[in-house]
Ligand binder design. Structure first.
Ligand code: ACO
Length: 321
């Protein structure tokens, strides 16, 4: 039995900050941001939280799936911006939805988080342990970035996307690959609370997201085509047969470079980075849910999803819609 998506949903904060607005509060310009990244605006949380965005997207995915909350066996939230250190965002979403029979936990794999969630749910569904899984990617990255560091803060946005997967004899996830390289963790990191116990006496307080943008860029354009090729080979499907390649929305130039390396038309690489910026673990499920809502996905379509990010982490999966 395969894990197949039967419902999707997305939610973005109401407030939109475009590049021109950012240029009024820091030394940047619409031209620099658009040319380097493809980003034109991002949604920033004001009233919303990671939990409220996650619950909003999850509720819509659940409704679209036709399942009741009590039928969900597994609820995973992929996030690096949980509102609470503990409990997990997943447990709070469980409470919001009334998914009383689900086992709920978070996954921290940054921008690869939703791929890791699919990997995990697929293993549980394929083994027969669980039947129905609700996966969410949700972030409020705007609270993690340093708003005085123009080289990072302009890149990110807030939002959530979700998908319900169920065990199916036909279609669904047919191949996947995920990887991690912890030796390169410093390329992209955010330090947590320091230890300010009576013995250490380090100053308290969390840090901000730090990124070596060029290293991440090089890593992405090298690793993403390789892991996509690996997943396609496992599935026995040539790239030409793929309907859409949905990539983590980090940078338009990264996506264009991957299309070129795979020798595929850019038309097969849908993007919403101009509207949403980089929403880390939320970017793939938001893109997927928006395409679903727009009626762009049809039964039998072959989709490749691929993510990459802090860790370093990466992944790709092949699925039949
Ligand atoms: N506005 C104007 N100028 C800027 C800005 C800005 N917002 N930010 C940096 N600059 C300047 C720099 O100061 C530098 O100026 P200098 O030449 O006078 O020193 C110049 O622009 C060039 O800076 P670079 O860092 O070399 O710019 P680059 O072309 O590498 O683009 C970018 C930077 C967009 C971050 C790119 O490296 C990139 O996209 N990397 C990938 C990031 C990514 O994909 N992250 C995803 C993972 S996120 C996660 O996992 C949570």
């Amino acid at each position: 039995m395969n894990a197949k998506i039967i419902g999707t949903g997305w939610e973005l904060p109401a407030y939109e900050a475009d590049n021109n607005y950012l240029s009024t509060i820091m030394d940047t310009s619409d031209e620099w941001i658009t040319e380097r990244t493809g980003i034109r605006k991002r949604h920033l949380a004001k009233e919303e939280t990671t939990t409220s965005l996650a619950a909003g997207a999850a509720g819509k995915a659940l409704k679209a799936s036709g399942l009741r909350a009590e039928q969900i066996d597994l609820l995973i939230v992929a996030t690096i911006t949980s509102d609470t250190e503990t409990p997990s965002t997943a447990c709070r979403v469980q409470a919001e939805l009334g998914a009383v029979n689900a086992v709920a936990f978070d996954i921290n794999a940054a921008c690869s988080g939703f791929l890791y969630a699919i990997h995990t749910a697929d293993a549980f569904i394929r083994s027969g342990i669980y039947k129905n899984a609700l996966l969410v990617g949700a972030e409020t990255l705007s609270k993690l970035v340093d708003w005085t560091d123009r080289s990072t803060c302009v890149l990110f946005g807030d939002g959530a996307g979700a998908a319900v997967l169920t065990s199916s004899e036909q279609g669904g996830v047919t191949a996947q690959t995920v990887g991690s390289d912890g030796s390169r963790w410093e390329v992209l990191s955010c330090t947590g609370r320091s230890n300010h116990n009576p013995i250490c006496q380090e100053p308290a307080g969390p840090g901000f997201l730090q990124m070596n943008g060029q290293e991440v860029f090089k890593f992405a354009i090298k690793t993403v085509p390789l892991c996509i090729e690996d997943a396609l080979e496992q599935a026995g499907i040539p790239a030409e047969k793929v309907t859409y390649f949905l990539l983590h929305q980090a940078n338009k130039r990264i996506i264009q470079s991957v299309a070129k390396r795979l020798k595929q038309s850019e038309d097969k690489f849908p993007m919403n980075i101009d509207q949403c910026a980089n929403t880390s673990a939320a970017s793939l499920p938001i893109l997927l849910a928006q395409m679903d809502e727009q009626g762009r996905l049809h039964s039998g379509d072959i989709l490749v999803l691929s993510g990459f990010g802090a860790g370093l982490t990466w992944g790709a999966c092949v699925m039949e819609w």
